[in-house]
Design a protein. Structure first.
Length: 535
């Protein structure tokens, strides 16, 4: 091998500043550069530092976003050389090489990382030159996790008018897995009046204001941790008051609870009893009871709605037909039938699923039937009871009479007048009347012409029928049925019993009352019942 020695006079390595570098030097020539403070070697790419220098990492710019699983990181430092490789060094000591490392200059590198886990953050950034010398800046790179939403996008549900006052609260914001405080805002759209959005917690809450027509509010929530910004869209519907009225049809009706509805405000009017025989002055039937209450319900639940029929007027004998709102008595007799006296009215009520005693939720009792041969204050059927109130006794006919039917109570049906009086003249000993019972009024006697009276009004427990009084000639008035509220499901219960043939003032002043409902009518069939649900 031929060794070329320096031809510098006097021998040694030339030195100076950048401007003093030899002109047209041969490859392999050395130069001591005082300005750069290094020993240089001339190569086919120019003057190079003959002593490899350690790279230094000063700072980084950029963020590693977990959901992207890749991020560009700019590394600032010193002495970066071509072929350098960047690494992310986790807290577990593992080094993850950048997918690509681009040396932009001696002081800047762009690196692309992927596959970093937040479990090993913060990461240090290491740059290693081809000389294997490296620089490390510890604990500078964090894996930025995406904020996690608390509630799926879409509809938040429906606020029925009856439920508005209960208030609503929805956590529609997000939380940051990194523990960073998020900025949360309604970026577009409108939230319901009366509700507010907490920008710290992401909770939408309050009592939505009433609306005149169903209104759907749509809006977008934006959250940001300063690096990642996300949006999510929601809607919330506020409904105008719904009034669903049920009138008499002669058969059970059904209300299916809509989605999102958990209570209804129910108003129930019991039917009135019928008037007595028209051939004589004839008594009036008793008026129906009135009840109001909130009823807890479940979406999809079926409620049986019973709207009782007014008791009929019977001119003579018994019209043995079922008055709707009475169940058939265990004896097979139709409840509420009067004998020459008026029939007792049918209860009105709301039942869980089917019209049975065990399924009773809210009932207003019906008035008892009026008698014959008497009118005024001695000729009226007993009134229907409001919720959890007894039905009224029928008028006693004669001032000292006892043959009137008694009102139903909360635990038993009203007794027939025959229980208290039987004629002693030999004509009235026989009696086949029946007491009131569960959901039916008592049936007046048909044994002979001396045993008639007004039928009992239906109710939770029905009223008893009237019977003959004072050796015959005065037929007793029927008792009214009791009302009921199942307090497991009913709250804010209001009970307004009628007074004989007069409806309670609350029953007639209610905005959903219709003239004639539950009303006693002289010489005629009693007024039908009514049920109204408001929600």
């Amino acid at each position: 091998m031929t060794i070329k020695f320096s031809d510098i006079t006097g021998g040694g390595i030339p030195y100076g500043n950048n401007a003093g570098r030899p002109v047209n030097p041969a490859i392999g020539k050395l130069y001591s550069n005082g300005e750069e403070r290094r020993l240089e070697l001339y190569t086919n790419t120019g003057w190079q530092n003959i002593v490899a220098e350690t790279p230094g990492v000063i700072s980084i710019a950029g963020n590693y976003i977990a959901e992207n699983n890749t991020s560009n990181i700019t590394i600032n430092g010193t002495n970066f050389t071509s072929g350098a490789i960047a690494y992310a060094v986790g807290t577990n000591g593992a080094e993850v090489a950048a997918d690509t490392t681009t040396v932009n200059s001696i002081v800047q590198i762009t690196a692309v990382f992927s596959g970093l886990s937040s479990a090993y953050e913060p990461y240090g950034i290491k740059v290693q030159n081809p000389s294997n010398l490296y620089g490390l800046l510890p604990d500078v790179l964090y894996v930025n996790e995406t904020p996690v939403w608390n509630t799926a996008p879409g509809s938040l549900g429906t606020a029925y008018d009856i439920q508005r006052s209960d208030g609503y609260s929805f956590n529609i914001g997000a939380v940051d897995p990194d523990g960073t405080t998020l900025t949360q805002t309604i970026s577009s759209g409108t939230i319901p009046a009366g509700m507010s959005f907490n920008q710290s917690t992401g909770v939408l809450s309050g009592i939505p204001s009433a609306v005149l027509s169903d209104t759907t509010y749509s809006f977008t929530v934006q959250v940001t941790d300063g690096v990642i910004t996300k949006t999510r869209s929601y809607s919330f519907t506020v409904k105008a008051p719904v009034v669903q009225a049920f009138s008499y049809t002669g058969s059970d009706q059904t209300f299916t609870v809509p989605s999102g509805l958990t209570k209804v405000f129910a108003k129930v009017w019991g039917a009135a009893g019928g008037a007595g025989q028209s051939a004589t002055p004839g008594g009036k039937g008793g008026a129906g009871g009135f009840s109001r209450a909130n009823i807890s319900v479940t979406p999809g639940q079926n409620l049986a709605i019973v709207v009782g029929a007014g008791g009929t007027r019977n001119d003579s004998g018994v019209t043995n037909t079922l008055i709707y709102g009475h169940k058939t008595a265990p004896t097979g007799r139709f409840g509420g039938q009067g004998a020459s006296g008026g029939a007792g009215g049918g209860l009105s009520g709301i039942f869980n699923g089917t019209f049975t005693f065990a399924n009773s939720l809210l009932i207003s009792g019906a008035g008892g039937g009026g008698s014959a041969y008497q009118s005024g204050t001695l000729g009226r059927g007993g009134h229907g009871g409001g919720a959890n109130s007894n039905g009224g006794d029928g008028d006693p006919q004669a001032a000292t009479g006892t043959a009137n039917g008694r009102g139903g109570t909360l635990t038993a049906g009203g007794k027939t007048g025959a229980f208290y009086f039987k004629s002693t003249n030999g004509n009235g000993q026989g009696n086949d009347s029946i007491d009131g019972g569960q959901l039916y009024g008592g049936h007046a006697s048909t044994y002979s012409s001396w045993t008639e009276g007004g039928g009992g009004g239906s109710g939770y427990y029905g009223g008893g029928p009237g019977n003959h009084d004072s050796e015959g000639g005065n037929w007793g008035n029927g008792g009214g049925g009791s009302g009921y509220a199942n307090l497991t499901f009913c709250s804010s219960v209001e009970s307004y019993s009628a007074t004989k043939d007069t409806l309670a003032s609350q029953a007639t002043s209610d905005p959903h009352y219709v003239s004639g409902i539950g009303a006693s009518v002289t010489g005629s069939t009693g007024g039908n019942g009514r049920v109204v649900l408001v929600y």
